[in-house]
Structures are given as structure tokens and as C-alpha cells.
Design a protein around this ligand. Structure first.
Ligand code: NAD
Length: 240
């Protein structure tokens, strides 16, 4: 068996109560990391954390105060933060003409302000420790426009992609790597309602984004749809 690659490392993963975040948390645990499952959903978050020997931490990523409290709790417990995974994200599936401005703001608050705040408050901790890794969960929608996802979600993920690049270039000197991940589609074991062919009257955004594309790999872990994620979570490579 190969050595665990994250032994001695501490990782905070947002939106890890379920979905992709929970699978990332599980893989990090398998690689030996101390993991903080951070989420607004306490009930599911506590269950998920307990199932893998991780620690649940309440966090609303849209709130600066909540970030400060969560990071203080991490430092109090482990004294370090090696990896921040900004995974939490939401998608309110309405095309631009039907999108209420409140929903637009809510999506930017979670998908952009959340990672912004997480990065802002993690950088000083990582710099003081001599380095760290920040992973931002963008999307294929953060790279290209297409008709299967609404414009607001695409705009939030595009913003996250460029936030990642600009942080990466500014903080490389501090040995802090910042990368984004761009999954096309990931199906949880209980397939979400938005997947599949839309019924009559549903918009294109309600359609599964990868409909018509080759079937996803058999494994349902996020690593199978995004193999680049796993090596990038390692603190071994100096820069990507
Ligand atoms: N599922 C996909 O096919 C897919 C594809 C590309 C990108 N993504 C991105 O991957 C990430 C995870 O997606 P998922 O499908 O697992 O989502 P999900 O809806 O299954 O899980 C999201 C988690 O984020 C949490 N969350 C929501 N708002 C929060 C807040 N303000 N503070 C803290 N936690 C909050 C939720 O409670 C939930 O546990 C998202 O950023 C999403 O945009 C998903």
C-alpha cells in the first residue's frame, strides 16, 4: 500500500455535508489528513463528519464573521491549515430573463463572495506557516458558455476561475498554490432531480449538462470526473 499523501496535514472543505464536498473529505481522510467538514447544514454535516472520523464545523461561507470563527476553531484544534477547499456552491436554475435579482445576488454571495472570504482569511495563516494549498470548485461552466446552464451560474464560476488565477500569481511567492477544478457533471449516488431529459415546458437549463455526451466513468467519486483534482490536493508539487 502506498504511503498516505496527506498525513499530518489539515484541510477545511466547505459544503462538505454532502455531494462532491463529502467525497473530497472522504478521500482526504483516506490519505491521512485531519479534515474539517464545514457547512451551513449542521444535521447532515455532523453525520457526514462522524461517518469518516472528521470534525464538523458550522460555517456560512457568505459571512465574514462565520469564516473568522471557523478558522479560529481549526487553528485551536490543530494549530494549522494546509489545504482549503472552496467547494460549496449553489445553482438557482433560471435563465437570465427569469432570474430574480435576489437569486442572482444569492448565487454570487455563495459562489464568489464565499471563496473570496475563505481565501482572504486563509492566506495569512498559510503564509505564516510557510505555504498552503487552495482549491476552488469551479465548473466547466467557469470556462465556456453553453445553453445547458443558466447565465448567472456561468458568470459566478467564471469569476471564481479568474479569482483563482489572480490569487495564484500573487501568492506563488509565498509558496501558496491556488488551483480551480472544472467538473462537467457529477452524479451523486442518489441522482439529483435536475439530471436527465427535461419534461415538456422545462428550459434548457434544467437539462443535464452532459446529456448526449459519453457516459461518465463507473466510479462515482469526483476524482473520476476530474482526475486532476487528486494530485492537486497533494502538498507535494511546488507549483501547478
Ligand atoms: N454536481 C455537479 O455536477 C457539479 C459540476 C460542476 C461543478 N460543481 C460544483 O461543485 C460544488 C459542489 O457541488 P455539489 O453538486 O456537490 O453540490 P451540493 O448541492 O450537493 O452540495 C453543496 C453543499 O454546499 C452547502 N452550502 C450551500 N450554501 C452554503 C453556505 N452559504 N455556506 C456553507 N455551505 C453551504 C450545502 O449545504 C451543501 O452541503 C459546487 O460549487 C458546484 O457548483 C458541481
Amino acid at each position: 500500500m502506498s504511503a498516505m499523501r496527506l498525513s499530518g496535514k489539515t484541510a477545511l472543505i466547505t459544503g462538505a455535508a454532502g455531494g462532491i464536498g463529502a467525497e473530497i473529505a472522504r478521500r482526504f481522510r483516506e490519505e491521512g489528513a485531519s479534515v474539517f467538514v464545514a457547512d451551513v447544514n449542521r444535521v447532515e454535516g455532523e453525520k457526514t463528519a462522524a461517518s469518516m472520523g472528521a470534525v464538523f464545523i458550522p460555517l456560512d461561507i457568505t459571512s465574514e464573521e462565520s469564516w473568522k470563527a471557523a478558522l479560529s476553531a481549526v487553528l485551536e484544534r490543530t494549530g494549522r491549515l494546509d489545504v482549503l477547499v472552496n467547494n460549496a456552491g449553489i445553482n438557482i436554475r433560471k435563465n437570465i430573463e427569469e432570474m430574480p435579482v435576489e437569486s442572482f445576488d444569492a448565487m454570487f454571495a455563495v459562489n464568489v463572495r464565499g471563496p473570496f472570504l475563505g481565501i482572504k482569511h486563509s492566506l495569512p495563516i498559510m503564509r505564516a506557516a510557510g505555504g498552503g494549498v487552495i482549491l476552488n470548485m469551479s465548473s466547466i461552466c467557469g470556462l465556456v458558455g453553453h445553453k445547458y446552464t443558466n447565465e448567472t451560474y456561468t458568470a459566478t464560476k467564471g469569476a471564481l476561475t479568474l479569482l483563482t488565477k489572480s490569487v495564484a500569481v500573487r501568492y506563488a511567492k509565498d509558496n501558496i498554490r491556488c488551483n480551480s477544478v472544472h467538473p462537467a457533471r457529477w452524479k451523486p449516488p442518489s441522482c439529483r432531480p435536475c439530471s436527465g431529459t427535461p419534461s415538456a415546458g422545462q428550459s434548457d437549463s434544467a437539462k443535464c449538462p452532459s446529456e448526449g455526451s459519453p457516459a461518465p466513468p463507473t466510479s462515482r467519486t469526483p476524482w473520476s470526473t476530474s482526475p486532476a483534482t487528486k494530485p492537486r490536493s497533494s502538498t507535494a508539487p511546488r507549483f501547478l
